[in-house]
Ligand binder design. Structure first.
Ligand SMILES: CC(C)(COP(=O)(O)OP(=O)(O)OC[C@H]1O[C@@H](n2cnc3c(N)ncnc32)[C@H](O)[C@@H]1OP(=O)(O)O)[C@@H](O)C(=O)NCCC(=O)NCCS
Length: 233
């Protein structure tokens, strides 16, 4: 079956709508964590314990911007292509803008990053598309949506840096980011990946100190793309 696909940015200002959308988001995210477990730092075991109000408050964090790919049947009228309708099939989350002193990962081996006066800094994560909709350019649309949002927020005359961390088990996906102009930007540990996505609270109580072979090995692949609003216009 062919579908119409549309990318939406989850709005967080209407509490009733947000409660409904948070339920849809939780279902999509838990599907991602169960069928594509090897791709992510977080796990189904961690996120399946979140309550409805935790899902809402996670989406409501002011620095979190969540993009959703929605599939509509081909006879859907444009005015019916709203975020609360259709099937939610994919997502990408953008966190930022983050000041340089918090964003920078000393020891990552990546290139020097610019000051906050010349570029705004963003972390993209949780990029996912349901298997039955893969290979149709949906992830590209989600990632471009996030890049464009970051560039727009940075404003005219300022650059935006979007960074992604790739799980070492998921190296083939690099091709997706290569094709969208991302370049290699060093390596990270699992605890750095949790910190970079604003989820240090999901680390174990000892922040991984008792499992250094899991949390402190620098195997994650960092890629980044620097864009300007002018380039994307
Ligand atoms: C990775 C993922 C999001 C791609 O979704 P998708 O909608 O099928 O991607 P697209 O159709 O937009 O593909 C874009 C490009 O990336 C390439 N690509 C996508 N996934 C790839 C993979 N696993 N290995 C190699 N290349 C891949 C495609 O070849 C395509 O390039 P092309 O258009 O030049 O042929 C999807 O496979 C997925 O959800 N995987 C599990 C979760 C995951 O790995 N997320 C990434 C975390 S960093």
């Amino acid at each position: 079956m062919s579908y119409i696909y549309k990318i939406h940015h989850i709005p967080t200002s209407d509490p009733t709508l947000l409660a409904f959308l948070a339920g849809k988001f939780a279902a999509l995210r838990l599907t991602a964590l169960s069928i594509s477990a090897a791709a992510f730092s977080s796990t189904f075991a961690i996120e399946s314990t979140f309550t409805a109000s935790q899902w809402i408050s996670r989406l409501q964090r002011p620095e979190v911007h969540t993009f959703i790919a929605v599939a509509y049947s081909p006879n859907t009228k444009p005015e019916q292509e709203t975020i609360d309708a259709g099937d939610w099939v994919g997502s990408a989350t953008l966190l930022g803008p983050t000041p340089k002193d918090i964003y920078d990962i000393p020891g990552s081996g990546g290139p020097e990053i610019g000051g906050d006066d010349i570029e705004s800094k963003w972390q993209m994560y949780a990029v996912y598309n349901n298997p039955e909709h893969r290979g149709k350019g949906i992830a590209k649309l989600l990632i471009k949506g996030a890049i464009e949002y970051a560039a727009k927020e940075a404003g005219v005359g300022r650059q935006s840096r979007v960074r992604i961390m790739i799980h070492p088990n998921n190296i083939l996906v690099k091709k997706l980011y290569d094709g969208l102009g991302f370049v290699d930007a060093g390596h990270c540990t699992l605890s750095e990946a949790f910190l970079a996505t604003g989820d240090s609270g999901l680390l174990p109580a000892d922040r991984g100190a008792s499992q250094p072979e899991k949390y402190d090995v620098r195997l994650g692949i960092i890629m980044a793309r620097v864009s300007s609003f002018d380039d994307l216009r």
